[in-house]
Design a protein around this ligand. Structure first.
Ligand SMILES: O=c1[nH]c(=O)c2[nH]c(=O)[nH]c2[nH]1
Length: 286
């Protein structure tokens, strides 16, 4: 059989790590999962069983622990950049490194207005993430968040949509809006304060979601992006995805009961999926 290697890459996924930073009695804590993938001169390992240039994926895993231990993890972005630089600096035959990091945020417990020194609470399901692609010419990075679950019990409607013979959805000016926001944005400037930017973006998402009437998931998504651009001068592009996690009014008529828009059936699937990339400025400018 004749075959040729069209493209190849390999790496280690799902490397889990947690790291304490002890500043006296006050501790910082971060928990993350890393994935590392290398591009480079590895073809012979696939085509000729020649492993002499292979950086074992076990070594990649050890690198995650070692660099975290030696240098700390001030943020997933800073750590990711350090990891990517390490592979490029250490192995001349590596041409490109891709590092993906996911953080499960632990928030310091606040009791009676006082921050606890070493106790944290998790925000269920939420993750912060970043992806770095680095070669010897350039490094690009995207930061993001996902699993930011929000719900509002009113202040959301959906009407005026196209109706044809297959349309059964009633119009509404009062529905539950539930979603899990996922977003990512390019970090053009690799030296900015990523943590502050993520927190500002997150805060704008929550503010628009909670305070503005939603005529559709689409319109709310766009409003969120506008709010991010107004607050974060560093951000010129944002990608946002929001599933519409429907809560369907329960039909209680067969039971002889009236449902005054209070009892619903939460559904996971099928769900709407609304997604857009929004850029700063007018269309002509892009
Ligand atoms: O905000 C919404 N956008 C849609 O495109 C859509 N489609 C649908 O059935 N419900 C909704 N809600």
């Amino acid at each position: 059989m004749t075959a040729h290697l069209y493209s190849q890459r390999y790496g280690k996924s799902r490397v889990r790590l947690s790291r304490i930073t002890r500043n006296g009695p006050r501790h910082e804590f971060i928990e993350l999962t890393a994935a590392i993938s290398l591009d480079g001169d590895f073809a012979a390992a696939f085509t000729a069983a020649d492993n002499h240039l292979i950086v074992a994926t076990d070594t990649m895993k050890n690198t995650v622990y070692a660099l975290a231990n030696e240098h700390g993890v001030p943020s997933i972005e800073a750590f990711g950049l350090r990891l990517a630089a390490h592979f490029l600096e250490t192995y001349a035959h590596v041409s490109q490194v891709t590092v993906s990091l996911e953080e499960r945020p632990w928030t310091r417990i606040n009791l009676d207005g006082e921050e606890e020194a070493h106790s944290f609470v998790a925000s269920a399901g939420e993750e912060y993430c970043c992806e770095i692609a680095a070669n010897r010419q350039a490094t690009t990075m995207r930061s993001g968040l996902r699993g930011l679950r929000v719900l509002k019990t009113t202040g959301s409607g959906f009407s005026g949509f196209l109706r044809d013979r297959l349309t059964t959805l009633p119009e509404t000016d009062d529905r539950i809006f539930a979603t899990a926001i996922e977003a990512s944005w390019p970090c053009a400037n690799l030296c900015t304060d990523w943590l502050a930017i993520r927190q500002s973006i997150r805060a704008e998402f929550l503010r628009v979601f909670a305070r503005e009437f939603s005529p559709s998931v689409q319109a709310t998504l766009f409003q969120m992006a506008e709010a991010v651009f107004a607050r974060c001068v560093e951000i010129d592009e944002i990608s946002i995805t929001m599933p519409n996690q429907h809560h369907l009014p329960a039909n209680l008529t067969p039971l002889g009961l009236k449902n005054a828009n209070v009892t619903f059936i939460p559904t996971d699937e099928p769900h709407g999926l609304i997604s857009a990339v929004v850029r700063r400025g007018s269309q002509e400018a892009s």
